[in-house]
Design a protein around this ligand. Structure first.
Ligand SMILES: NC(=O)c1ccc[n+]([C@@H]2O[C@H](COP(=O)([O-])OP(=O)(O)OC[C@H]3O[C@@H](n4cnc5c(N)ncnc54)[C@H](OP(=O)(O)O)[C@@H]3O)[C@@H](O)[C@H]2O)c1
Length: 231
């Protein structure tokens, strides 16, 4: 039987690339976009790949998380991948940021992914299932010797902390594997044109890591080549 993945945030960039990559490896994929009407490339992929079906969810809208959970009732996932993320305000400055802007950044990058994972954890296959979060090396406190992108870094550090709390119960109760993944620095809308990696190289590596990690029943912080990143 084909494995089933849910990929949240698949309209473009890494989420779109991972949806295509997993489908090419024989997975069934339910891929989400905030607004399906705007997700042209994902719609084209679903039109040509019968194994890709579409859903919508907005991580900045708690009601939308509960609605998605209702629509996914009865599905059992081998992988739930929370990929969606935003960079936050251009200034990235604690002096300038508003409560509304930091609230939205924390909600989309840290709170909502873990909230949705908690809603869906009973529907992840016990023992071999994976819940993976697309974090960033920038979320590592140990690795931060330069600063820069301060608000984005803080949101991913918060994601990593919340993920550790999530893992503490998800691993013990259901034998799941929990992954905090760094995709590399990749040429997407977020990564920009100067990034050294193309989407294909990153998503091939991430898919290899996902397939290798099934059944580990630990929480690891790994890059797209499977290398550990310090917390
Ligand atoms: N690119 C890199 O170098 C890099 C490095 C480290 C980590 N990452 C992480 O990798 C993930 C994917 O990044 P990317 O480079 O592919 O970025 P991207 O091209 O900007 O794509 C971001 C994705 O997140 C979705 N999204 C944004 N806000 C959302 C919301 N409120 N609800 C639901 N979905 C939302 C976007 O959907 P819409 O199309 O609807 O906006 C889009 O599908 C992010 O978590 C990012 O932090 C990227």
């Amino acid at each position: 039987m084909n494995k089933l993945a849910l990929i949240v945030g698949a309209s473009r960039g890494l989420g779109l690339g991972l949806t295509a990559e997993l489908a090419s490896r024989g997975w069934q994929v339910i891929a989400t976009a905030r607004d399906l009407a705007q997700a042209d490339e994902l719609q084209q992929l679903a039109a040509t790949e019968a194994s890709v079906t579409l859903e919508s969810v907005d991580l900045n809208d708690a009601a939308s998380l509960a609605d998605l959970k209702r629509r996914l009732a009865g599905r059992l996932f081998d992988l739930v991948l929370l990929n969606a993320g935003v960079i936050g305000p251009d200034h990235q400055s604690v002096e300038e940021v508003t409560a509304a802007d930091i609230g939205a950044l924390m909600m989309i990058n840290a709170i909502a992914p873990v909230h949705l994972a908690r809603l869906l954890v009973p529907q992840v296959r016990s023992q071999t299932g994976i819940v993976a979060f697309m974090t960033s090396r920038m979320g590592s406190i140990a690795d931060n010797l330069s600063g820069g992108s301060d608000l984005y870094r803080a949101s991913k550090a918060a994601l990593n902390s919340l993920t550790r709390s999530f893992a503490a119960t998800a691993i013990g109760n259901r034998g799941l594997t929990v992954l905090s993944l760094h995709p590399g620095w990749v040429r997407t809308a977020m990564g920009g044109p100067a990034a050294p990696l193309d989407v294909q190289t990153s998503v091939r590596g991430v898919a290899d890591v996902l397939e290798q990690q099934a059944g580990q029943q630990t929480h690891a912080f790994l890059d797209y080549q499977g290398k550990s990143i310090p917390w």
